[in-house]
Ligand binder design. Structure first.
Ligand code: T4K
Length: 401
């Protein structure tokens, strides 16, 4: 417990956490079940390409998301590319800039142009009003993102796409087992894509999935995932290798088995953070609508410098010194990243990207750690001006080291 600012590790004190408190530690689930599944795959001698574990995983994901088809892949980035290709998009695609780079990369990697759209200043969801102004003759579709697992104005986006005769897909990397207005995420747009990366709530080491109700789109995506093959010696289109392995599916199934346990743990963590930060001036926690299914995969704090006297980046620096490996997701916004920077400015995206900080959660993080971290955050918020002044008074060379 820090009593004075000088005790912060940033200024030479002992770090609050001896071992790093990381965001993104994987949820492991039942090891015995995982090893049994893996053993089964080894015994069968069937490790990829149409194996039974992938088929079972696809079935489970389809049922959870309410979609008719699920096409499992080796990651979500490639699943996004399959979705875009299978939907036949060309030219320009409207995407939010407040997202992980993978959303924009999936578009650009296919030779299409991501056109960055601003977001709602409060929720961070794609702003349909701004999206409407970006639609032009080269626009194929809108690729929305359920940021942090929360759907946003999906009815308006659906109506907008319909009115302009363009496509609608969703990057649902954060939103597995979530809902919007009571409808499962996975049932919006022509297709949605989930990520099952190790850092995700449910994971398959690396993995992804495209879900859709469109039979033809699903069939194209399946063929694209497997080199464009439509039969043993028949290649119908230029494809890629985006298949999920049986080992990944073994992990994915084991992870899905524990989905409700992970969800409950995350919900407890989120509630604990909410209580612990209630008295932290200028630090607001992103909330989830209790009427929806949420996975609480991300705990995101927003730092209001005008109240704390402490900028998000300084708070981040303070936490890193204390061995809290928080992340500045999704700083600075894709439109300001080197491959995409063209002078476009998106005020709401930039404001949110500048004040958000993702904090550690998941089953590797428990109440005791959250309480200690919240105490630290309350201390930093209450002493924000003193911390900022002390850093400001340091010689520039000391600050850089
Ligand atoms: N769309 C959106 C909106 C996304 O957020 C993402 C990915 C995608 C699409 C693409 O999905 P995938 O193609 O990956 O399926 C991570 C993840 O790599 C990425 O999947 C995720 N979103 C993104 C938000 O975060 P990094 O580079 O920030 O994570 P990394 O590997 O540094 O890990 C974060 C923390 O987790 C570290 O403290 C280390 C810890 N960690 C990580 C791994 C992999 C572990 O403790 N164990 C582990 O096994 O990108």
């Amino acid at each position: 417990m820090k009593a004075v600012v000088g005790e912060l590790a940033r200024f030479g004190g002992t770090p609050e956490f001896r071992t790093p408190l990381r965001l993104g530690r994987p949820n492991i689930g039942d090891r015995a079940r995982f090893f049994a599944r893996l053993g089964g795959a080894l015994d069968r001698g069937w490790l990829s390409n149409g194996g039974p574990l992938v088929a079972e995983f696809e079935d489970r994901v389809a049922r959870i998301t309410g979609a008719r088809h699920c096409v499992a892949t080796c990651n979500a980035t490639l699943a996004l590319q399959l979705a875009i290709r299978a939907a036949g998009w060309r030219g320009e695609v409207i995407v939010p800039a407040l997202t992980f780079a993978a959303t924009a990369h999936a578009v650009a990697w296919l030779g299409l142009t991501p056109v960055f759209c601003d977001v709602d200043p409060v929720t961070g969801g794609l702003d349909p009003g701004h999206a409407a102004t970006l639609i032009g003759p080269r626009t194929s579709g809108i690729l929305g993102v359920h940021l942090w697992g929360r759907g946003h104005r999906l009815d308006e986006l659906t109506e907008l796409a319909h009115r302009h005769g363009i496509g609608l897909l969703f990057d649902a990397a954060h939103a597995f087992a979530c809902s919007w207005r009571g409808r499962p995420i996975g049932s919006f747009g022509a297709a949605e894509v989930f990520s099952f990366h190790s850092t995700k709530f449910v994971h398959a080491f690396e993995g992804g999935a495209l879900v859709t109700d469109d039979d033809a789109l699903a069939e194209r995506a399946r063929s694209l995932r497997n080199f464009g093959l439509t039969g043993p010696d028949e290649v119908a289109q230029v494809g890629v290798n985006a298949k999920m392995s049986e080992a990944s599916a073994a992990m994915g199934l084991t992870s899905v088995d524990s989905l409700e346990e992970f969800r409950a743990h995350n919900a407890h963590n989120h509630a604990r953070y909410t209580a612990g930060l209630a008295a932290a001036p200028g630090i607001r926690l992103l909330a989830f609508d209790p009427a929806e299914d949420n996975n609480f995969q991300y705990v995101v704090a927003e730092v209001d410098e005008t109240v704390t006297g402490l900028g998000r980046d300084t708070l981040h620096e303070v936490l890193l010194a204390e061995n809290v490996l928080a992340r500045r997701y999704f700083h600075p916004g894709c439109h300001l990243m080197a491959p995409y920077r063209d002078g476009t400015r998106l005020p709401h995206t930039e404001a949110l990207a500048a004040r958000s900080l993702a904090l550690p959660t998941g089953t590797a993080v428990g109440a005791e750690q959250i309480d200690r971290l919240c105490r630290l955050l309350r201390f930093a918020a209450r002493n924000g001006r003193a911390i900022q002044d002390r850093i400001g008074a340091e010689p520039v060379i000391a600050r850089a080291s």
